[in-house]
Design a protein around this ligand. Structure first.
Ligand code: 5GP
Ligand code: MN
Length: 336
């Protein structure tokens, strides 16, 4: 925890934010609640920094659109030239909830080419890319929790209800509503602090989880009924979805979030995977596991991905059958 309350580093953060003309805060492709929570914590905290920009490679899911200032986020896939220009003009780049620039997809090149001062705020293992300043703690629930700890040290008076809501959304979505990655007392301290801003936990829960379009429920039913494969002999499960199937269900960003948990929560299953062809020929994999089954080591060793011990992912242009067979064949290295 010391790194997050290291006064010297906080002072550098403070000085860089104060001096910067053009700040860009950015997060990873297929943004989740933590990615968006971090961006909007900054956006609502730095509201006097009118030139600060908040960038995501692609659209944020509908279930996060209620967060204040979500419409200020620049979506790179809607105007890649503009997003790249913002990064090029930035003198301070803050990467939140990721550290491997590849996770910026079409923005990765602009990000690495920039000579701006670069800060990483993350709770994933650090890769090879070098940042000028790093706030990283693998034991913290979410990057949003780290952002809160940092912002409250920068200026506690500037924490407001909107910042608190963004932090709350980041923490609850990254911990399955405080059901995993949440054994650190710090998480509950932060939750207690942000609740003082009058948040309505039940109302936020409804916005996050009980507000899906009908087509998502239909897609979920289809996956569970027709696509889910359980290999009891290996203690694993998985499902594959083609691009055509996504189109048939009129897929939009966020419709598959948490669906993989249904594949994991079956008795006897220790590890679950999904293989989804979001773009034609591009397979996005998600891996989830229980307890000491480490999916991030499997993801990085065999699929060139990464993530957390119990939740990781990867992207590949390989044939989906090859990927599924690889998953099946290496599973026994990880199952306990
Ligand atoms: P999800 O399955 O929700 O997309 O991702 C689960 C976790 O794995 C997230 O914490 C995310 O940061 C990480 N992750 C997902 N895709 C990738 C990837 O392509 N590379 C790396 N390094 N991590 C990933
Ligand atoms: Mn996260």
């Amino acid at each position: 925890m010391s790194d997050l309350i290291n006064r010297e580093k906080i002072d550098v953060l403070q000085a860089k934010i104060a001096a910067a003309e053009n700040i860009v805060v950015c997060s990873h492709k297929h943004p989740d609640g933590d990615a968006v929570g971090c961006l909007l914590s900054f956006a609502n905290f730095l509201s006097d920094k009118t030139k600060a920009k908040y960038i995501l490679p692609n659209q944020l899911p509908d279930y996060l659109a209620w967060l204040n200032k979500s419409s200020d986020i620049i979506i790179a896939e809607n105007d890649i030239a503009y997003a790249a220009k913002c990064i090029k003009e930035a003198d301070l780049l803050i990467a939140v909830d990721f550290n491997d620039p590849m996770r910026l997809a079409s923005l990765a090149e602009s990000f690495t080419a920039s000579e701006a001062f670069k800060i990483a705020i993350d709770h994933h293992p650090m890769g090879d890319y070098r940042y000028d300043l790093v706030f990283n703690d693998l034991d913290v629930s979410s990057a949003s929790e780290i952002v809160y700890i940092l912002l409250s040290q920068l200026n506690h008076r500037k924490i407001n209800r909107y910042v608190a809501e963004a932090v709350y959304a980041g923490i609850v979505t990254d911990t399955g509503s405080l059901s995993y990655s949440c054994n650190n007392p710090s998480t509950y301290n932060v939750m207690a602090e942000i609740m003082k801003f009058g948040l309505d936990g039940a109302a936020i829960h409804n916005l996050l989880y009980n507000n899906f379009p009908l087509k998502r429920t239909r897609l979920l039913g289809y996956i569970l009924d027709k696509k889910l494969v359980v290999r009891n002999d290996l203690s694993i499960s998985y499902y594959v979805l083609t691009h055509k199937e996504l189109e048939e269900f009129d897929y939009e960003e966020g419709m598959l979030s948490n669906v993989i948990n249904y594949a994991l929560n079956i008795r006897g299953v220790q590890m679950a995977a999904s293989f989804v062809e979001h773009e034609e020929g591009v397979i996005r994999m998600s891996f989830r596991s229980r307890g000491d089954v480490c999916v991030n080591t499997m993801s990085s060793k065999y699929f060139n991905g990464g993530g957390h011990k119990n939740a990781s992912g990867a992207t590949s242009m390989q044939d989906v059958d090859t990927l599924v067979n690889l998953y099946i064949s290496v599973a026994n290295e990880y199952i306990l």
